[in-house]
Structures are given as structure tokens and as C-alpha cells.
Design a protein around this ligand. Sequence first.
Ligand code: CP3
Length: 349
Amino acid sequence: MVVAAAPKAPFLLAAARRPAGHTPVWFMRQAGRYLPEYRAIRAKTSLLEICARPELAAEVTLQPVRRLGVDAAILFADILLPLVPMGLELRFAAGEGPVIGNPLRTPADIARLRAVNPREDLAATLETVRLVHAALEERVALIGFAGGPFTVASYAIEGGSSRHFAETKRLMYGAEEAWHDLLARLAAFTVDYLAAQVEAGAQAVQVFDSWVGCLSASDYRRFVLPHSQALFSSLRRLGVPAIHFGVGTAHLIETLAEAGGEIIGIDWRTPLSEARLRLPDHAIQGNLDPAALLAPWERCARETREVLRQAGNIPGHIFNLGHGILPQTPVDTVRRVVDLVHELTEGQS
Ligand code: CP3
């Protein structure tokens, strides 16, 4: 394990459950369509093309840092990019989200997946990390990320976004050996990919297992936990904090923590006061409802204060939303939330 110098960024201090000067704040999907400067780039360039051009991806990563004054930047990429070198045909269809032309439906499909070397096959993303790292001030942390094994598998199997995860669960229940093979391969690749991001300058990593909340606790234990546990135990060797995030996980909070991660992401359905009690040994991240940013300012401010009150004046809280920023969010409201969180917590733990 690498022994790092004492971190100065409030995000890294809070991640280590140390007093941070103020509660650090960043937003999932902080780079994106609610920002006019992002839309201007997207008008001329597809999502995949932005990801393939490091200068452009770095610029888009830095846009919210400049505009909002957040305490962390998150690499601009997508959890589904690694599926392309694995042999899947990925495109982002307007209004439809991701579409995979040749989804995995059988054990034979899974056996055909190509092994990926992130340093070669995802070189553009790693170059983006290097560029952003060089451009950031020390007080702003750079977060790398990857999808969690269940969530990436679900897109690869469904061929896109899903409501019931029917094909995913059909394969999980019906071809258990192939399922475990798939998740083990995704987890092993993800260790390699995140290690390469850390080498390139990422100071923390987030694993987005966004959709694990669709599983019961016992199915999570049987079908996902061993793979996530292997993933996070390898990540510990990287010497950077790892955030473990999922949505609709009130029934899984302790189990996600058991799988790993120093910081657990909490969505808006679980009060942070409850999360604190259930996770006494972890930092927590969250959990304003993304829709609160659509409310009149006074209402949004009240909800923001409530999140801080529930987190308590205890080190180890990273302010965020419970899920990503919605595209129709007014930029000014986002900026005011950052200022309010900083103002209300200035000088506290
Ligand atoms: O600012 C950031 O958060 C960094 C960049 C980022 C993107 N995707 C870019 C993106 C991150 C961290 C992701 C993660 C991601 N991608 C997740 C996990 C987070 C979550 O929301 O649960 C998932 C499930 C995906 C897959 C994905 N990518 C979907 C379902 C979609 C379509 C839905 C949507 O929001 O439009 C995408 C497209 C995508 N990835 C956009 C962005 C900014 C949409 C904007 C565009 O078309 O320009």
C-alpha cells in the first residue's frame, strides 16, 4: 500500500473521516446536459466522441468545477465504455439512452467476451485523468470511477436500460455458472481499470453499482457480494478511498458496506441519521433528492439544511445528491446549494 502525504482536499479529509474545514460537496452527473457549456459541446460532438478525445473530456470534467466551486471533479467517461473493447456494440441513442446491438443472452455469449487491457483499450480515458489531474488545484479532489459488476452486467445483458431486469435475472437464476463467470471477469477488469486511473492521478474511486437495489438481500449475497468483495478488497491496495454507490438500497446498506468501500453512497429514501447509525465505521455520501433542485429556492435550501442536520456535526460526510443531477435542473440552484453547504459547515468538523 502506498503511504500518501496528509491530504489537503476537504473531500479526502472527509473520506478519511477526519475534520475537513467544511463539508465537501460534489454532484453525481455534475458534468452534463443541465450545463449550457456542456450542451454547446454536445451539440457538435457525440457522447462517445467526447470520451474518445481527452482534451474535450477534460474540458467537460472541469466545467462544473469552474462553474460551481465543488470540492471534487469526477472524470468524464461512462460506465459502459469498457463494454466496447469487450466486443459489445454500444451507442447512445437520442432520448433512449444506451443501446447495445449484441447483448449477452447465453453462456456462449459470455464465453466470447474479449479480455480488456485498460492501458491500451481505454487509453483515452486514462489520458483524460492525467490532463484533469494536472489542471486541478490541490483543494479539489479527482474521482475516478467504474460501474459495479451487477450494473454493468445488467446493461450488457438487457442491451440497454431496464425496469424489471428480467433478462438479467433470467440469466442469473438460469445459468448460475455463466453468471458468476461474467461477474468475476467484470470485477477483475474493474480492479485493473481503477488501478490504471489511480496511477494516472485519480485520488478516489467510485463504484456505481446503481441498480443493485433491484435484488433482495439474499440474492445480492449469493449473486453479487462475492464479486464486489473481491473487487473492493483489491481496491484497498490502491491506497485511495473507494465510494460504493447504489440506488434504492435501504435494505442493503450493511451488505454493501460488507462488500466494501470506505464511503457508502446513500440515496434520499434513507435518512442520513439512520445511515450513520447503521454504518458507524464508514464515511457516508449523499443524499439530497435530485428533484429538490427543481423546487423553489427556499424549499431546496430547507432540504439541504435537513441533509446536513441528519448527517450530524461528525466528520465523514460528503454532501451529494441521492442520484444524478436531472437535465432540467437550473444551474444557479446547484451553485447556491454548494455555497449554502460551505457556508453552513464552515469551521466545523
Ligand atoms: O459528471 C459525471 O457524473 C461524469 C460522467 C458520467 C457519465 N455517466 C456521463 C454521461 C458518469 C459518472 C456516468 C455514470 C453512468 N453511466 C451510470 C452510473 C450513474 C447513475 O446514473 O446511476 C450509468 C447507469 C450510466 C449509463 C448511462 N449513460 C445511461 C443510462 C445514460 C443515458 C441516460 C442519461 O442520463 O442520459 C448515459 C448517458 C450519459 N453518460 C450522459 C452523460 C453526461 C448523458 C448526456 C448526453 O447524452 O450527453
